[in-house]
Design a protein. Structure first.
Length: 371
């Protein structure tokens, strides 16, 4: 029996069959979807080009840049390149319409706003903001652009909210490169967490949500967590395993001499060292959500802590330790959620970050293809 004749292989092949009924009407649905956004392009030719570019991005082209899209449509390349790179249409009006669409279709009180920094590998040096910097897609420092993205996830689904390109400090100060890439004079160097705050301030008004999440690049920035607390936003932000914390639930060590001198404090420890010392009975099994291959489950535990960063001790937070069932990886997060919030709710909010990362990866491949 050949491999393809095996019953399991036959079942997989049957699932992979795409029937005409499955795709019938897809083009009409895309046309209907675009009707909400095309009026945001002021000129008739801009609307036609926008629809063409979107269809090209969603199509089967291997490379989804302007030239292959133009060739497939039988049109000149330069007008499409101009529209994408230098067209005088108001992208912020389109993004505002997107946020309104998300508010209408997906918003829920327990919705999660996810901050996702994503890198795009580049071979050349001419793209705006391109530099040798950390590229998560490649797992190393390499030539790439980096953007800060906001997305929204709730029971009804998930969608992007906002975005901004990150300019490395030396790039942002290079007048010649700025002029060549048409960078507006008001756009300067900003740390990624500062960009995230600006995106949140623009995107959150009127949007029902219950959580802000992000990876450890944002969680380890104590100023970012402080800014969210000032805005009365509830967060569950990943932090590195070497984050030092003081266990507020542990008894203080006794004084060297009873009743004499200051009370001693519980020493600070790395988060991973604290977790390694906890008994197995402390872990709680949590079902995060159903999936095609079965429910996603994790083991988790939580403790009240104060974190020490840059020589300063922060306010009381909760350290959440999460271990996906069947995996060796352990994640650490800090949250300002109050004691009334169950551990399961915090974990489910934190895991939405991974769903958005998966969505971003699929969108990058779908929208940009190779090159």
């Amino acid at each position: 029996m050949s491999l393809l004749d095996h019953p399991e292989a036959q079942a997989l092949l049957a699932d992979a069959v795409v029937t005409p009924d499955a795709v019938r009407g897809r083009d009409d649905r895309l046309t209907d979807f675009l009707q909400r956004y095309l009026p945001r392009f002021y000129r008739v030719e801009q609307r036609a080009t926008a629809a063409l570019v979107i269809r090209g991005r969603l199509g089967g082209l291997e490379r989804k840049t302007s030239e292959p899209i133009a060739i497939e449509a039988g049109l000149p390349r330069k007008p499409i390149q101009f529209f994408v790179g230098s067209g005088k249409w108001d992208d912020e009006a389109v993004m505002a319409e997107l946020r309104a669409h998300v508010r209408e279709e997906l918003a829920a009180p327990d919705g999660v706003v996810v901050i996702d920094p994503s890198a795009f590998p580049k071979k050349g040096t001419e793209s705006c903001g391109v530099a040798r910097q950390w590229c998560g897609r490649l797992g190393k420092v390499d030539n790439c652009q980096v953007g800060v993205f906001l997305a929204y996830a709730a029971g009804g689904g998930y969608a992007p909210l906002d975005r901004r390109l990150y300019l490395p400090e030396d790039w942002a100060g290079d007048v010649a490169r700025r002029d060549k890439c048409h960078v507006p004079p008001e756009v300067g160097f900003r740390e990624k967490w500062q960009i995230a705050l600006e995106l949140l301030d623009r995107s959150l008004p009127g949007l029902a949500h219950g959580w802000i999440t992000g990876d450890d690049e944002f969680g380890r920035a104590s100023a970012f967590r402080a800014a969210l607390r000032l805005r009365e936003e509830r967060y569950a932000l990943d932090v590195p395993c070497n984050t030092t914390v003081r266990d507020l639930e542990r008894r203080r060590p006794p004084r060297k001499r009873a009743g004499v001198g200051r009370k001693r404090e519980v020493p600070f420890r790395r988060a991973d060292a604290w977790a390694a010392d906890q008994p197995e009975s402390r872990w709680e099994r949590i079902e995060v959500r159903p999936e095609e291959k079965g429910p996603l489950r994790v083991d988790a535990m939580m403790v009240r802590v104060r974190a020490k960063q840059d020589g300063r001790i922060g306010p009381e937070e909760r350290l959440v330790v999460i271990r996906p069932v069947g995996e060796s990886r352990i994640d650490y997060a800090l949250t300002n959620a109050g004691p009334e919030v169950p551990l399961a709710d915090i974990v489910r909010a934190q895991r939405q970050r991974h769903r958005i990362e998966e969505m971003s990866g699929r969108l990058r491949g779908r929208l940009f293809g190779r090159g």
